[in-house]
Ligand binder design. Structure first.
Ligand SMILES: Nc1ncnc2c1ncn2[C@@H]1O[C@H](COP(=O)(O)OP(=O)(O)O)[C@@H](O)[C@H]1O
Ligand SMILES: [Mg+2]
Length: 285
């Protein structure tokens, strides 16, 4: 039996998949979402969201798509891994996703078809077309150039394609000297980690979403320690909590205390949290 069922929960509370149902609106995530929604609605063009690994970029992009779901005025195309070898591949993905077509005689014809589509959708049909690119740090220079040209399609009032790039900080080094790209960025937001209060609230929220009612599964001390060694990174928090609850069941205990978290950190598990450089500083009992 899976550990969460043994705890009387209906769902897995600390799965690492970017599930919107388990999305806790931290102040940083909330601000990012609101800013993105405004940028899209005002058709401002290019938005860039930067965040370290595990801070919630992919989950945020799912939330964004969900918040526009069912609204026919918006057309979304999501690229989860822009590891394309040529500019043609990126354009083709866009054309396929927007149902423009798959067979083009040349990259030029493909670009023209895209431009026609964007003009018709944006001006005649009054729709907002949004391209969401996750893992943006993987974009090759020629694809950054493609995005730049796509952003040139505009009317007097607005851009015909909205582009949202979510990326690790390395993207900034890549685009730093491409001024005609950076000066098109209308929203540049960096996601921050959760503070201690938010870390606790996120854990409680995820447990409640999984069906926990009323009980405490973590002591105060355990929650503090989780915050200290995760530094408020949602992925690390999630993985630690997952392992802690598994341990709870294995050890037939009722509550996760500091000892459990310390053990997890001390013995091997923490290797998974390799980006936590300061683990050695966490007091060991
Ligand atoms: N706001 C949040 N609330 C709850 N869980 C979150 C939140 N942000 C991220 N997570 C969790 O952290 C993990 C990593 O998130 P992810 O979006 O994949 O990060 P990134 O794409 O920045 O590497 C996932 O398990 C996700 O469920
Ligand atoms: Mg991601």
């Amino acid at each position: 039996m899976s550990y969460y069922r043994a705890l009387g929960l209906k769902k897995e509370p600390f799965s690492t998949s970017p599930d919107p149902e388990f999305f806790y609106r931290s102040s940083s995530h909330d601000r990012a979402l609101k800013k993105l929604e405004i940028a899209i609605r005002l058709r401002r063009g290019l938005s860039v969201i930067i965040g370290d690994v595990g801070l919630g970029k992919t989950t945020l992009s799912r939330m964004l798509l969900q918040s526009f779901r069912g609204d026919d005025d918006f057309v979304f195309c999501a690229v989860l891994d822009p590891d394309f070898n040529t500019e043609y591949e990126l354009l083709l993905r866009l054309a396929k996703s927007l149902a423009i077509g798959e067979n083009f005689s040349s990259p030029r014809q493909l670009k023209e078809s895209l431009e026609r589509y964007l003009f018709k959708a944006g001006v005649e049909d009054n729709k907002t077309v949004v391209l969401v690119i996750d893992e943006g740090q993987k974009l090759a220079a020629e694809n950054i150039e493609v995005i730049r040209t796509l952003l040139n399609y505009e009317t007097n009032e607005h851009k015909l394609l909205q582009v949202i790039i979510l990326a690790q900080v390395e993207l900034l080094a890549k685009i730093k000297n491409i001024h005609n790209f950076t000066n098109r960025i209308s929203l540049n937001y960096r996601i921050g980690p959760l503070d201690e209060k938010e870390t606790r609230a996120m854990i409680e929220f995820r447990l409640a979403q999984a069906g926990l009612r009323g009980e405490n599964l973590f002591t105060d001390g355990a929650l503090s320690l989780i915050f200290q060694c995760s530094r408020g990174c949602p992925r690390t928090i999630t993985m630690l909590c997952h392992d802690a609850l598994e341990r709870l069941i294995m050890d037939d205990k009722e509550i996760v205390d500091e000892g459990v978290i310390n053990d997890l950190i001390k013995f091997s598990q923490i290797k998974k949290f390799s980006h936590i450089g300061h683990v050695e500083n966490v007091e060991m009992k």
